[in-house]
Design a protein around this ligand. Structure first.
Ligand SMILES: C[S@@+](CC[C@H](N)C(=O)[O-])C[C@H]1O[C@@H](n2cnc3c(N)ncnc32)[C@H](O)[C@@H]1O
Length: 258
């Protein structure tokens, strides 16, 4: 699947909060343990921020990076193989020792089908390790839907925006028939640096959760939408005296060893 430039990711704006976005990936990696022989797949690898860490931890394994975004893949270095594909349908006959996915699978629906399908590609003893934001009902993400619905009521199919990520317990129940599951949630208290012209939470979401809305708006509409979003954020996430703010951010994690 090749995405059009308008809908593609922007690696530069995404990388702005690299430290905050990668900490959960390292927390997940710390729980993976030994894996059998076979390929290590970074699923939704983005710009390859985790290629080095995977290579160091799984030194004798080939590492593959898979992503649907040509712009992200163009930046990704350090994998033995890069694959441009849709994670919802991609398939391989190669036994995978680890499927590692940080902050990517919340873009895909129907996890009850997706996760067992991924697990079926693992070698015996292999691990599926996943981290996804579970921020759907937090103001940062709820305002994006509410303001879009208020300003442009006929524009969006909100059925498409149903929360795709379940609580940790649901993943345990879904996957424990397939192997040994560890599942947990963490709420990170993120301090976001001041930004000159927009609210810091807006700066955080603009390269991710905000994209599906803005890509359906003209420039003028997007400007009005952004102004309303900034106003709403100011009451939910008050600025600290230095212009920064605190943003609680919930993430769900699981590892499944088959
Ligand atoms: C938030 S980034 C995370 C990138 C990387 N895992 C990291 O932690 O830095 C999410 C990535 O998921 C990719 N993605 C979203 N939907 C996808 C799909 N259906 N198939 C493959 N990749 C997808 C995006 O292109 C993007 O690069």
């Amino acid at each position: 699947m090749s995405l059009t430039p308008k809908t593609d990711w922007n690696p530069e704006t995404y990388a702005r909060f690299r430290g905050l976005r990668l900490r959960p990936a390292f927390d997940l990696l710390a729980q993976v343990g030994q894996v059998p022989q076979g390929v290590v797949l970074d699923l939704g690898c983005g710009d390859g921020a985790l290629a080095g860490a995977l290579d160091v931890q799984f030194v004798d394994h080939a590492t593959w990076g898979l992503d649907a975004s040509p712009a992200m893949l163009a930046k990704a270095k350090g994998y033995d193989r890069l694959i441009e594909a849709d994670a919802a349908t991609w398939q391989t006959e190669e036994p995978l020792s680890l499927i590692f996915s940080n902050a990517a699978l919340h873009w895909l629906p129907d996890h009850a089908t997706l996760m067992p399908r991924l697990a079926a590609m693992l070698a015996p003893g292999g691990v599926l390790a996943v981290q996804m934001p579970r921020q759907y009902f937090a103001p940062s993400h709820r305002f994006l839907r509410d303001i879009a619905a208020a300003l442009y009521p006929d524009r969006f199919d909100f059925a498409r925006y149903e929360a795709p990520v379940h609580p940790a317990q649901a993943y345990w129940q879904m996957l424990s028939p397939l192997g040994d599951v560890q599942a947990w949630e963490t709420e990170y208290l993120q301090r976001l640096d001041p930004v000159s012209d927009i609210h810091p939470v807006h700066a955080f979401t603009q390269s991710t959760a905000m994209r599906p809305f803005v890509e359906k708006m003209s420039e003028a509409e997007a400007a009005a939408y952004a102004t309303a979003y900034d106003q709403a954020l100011t009451s939910a996430y008050p600025l600290l005296p230095d212009g920064s703010c605190l943003m609680p951010f919930r993430r769900v994690f699981f590892t499944l060893r088959v």
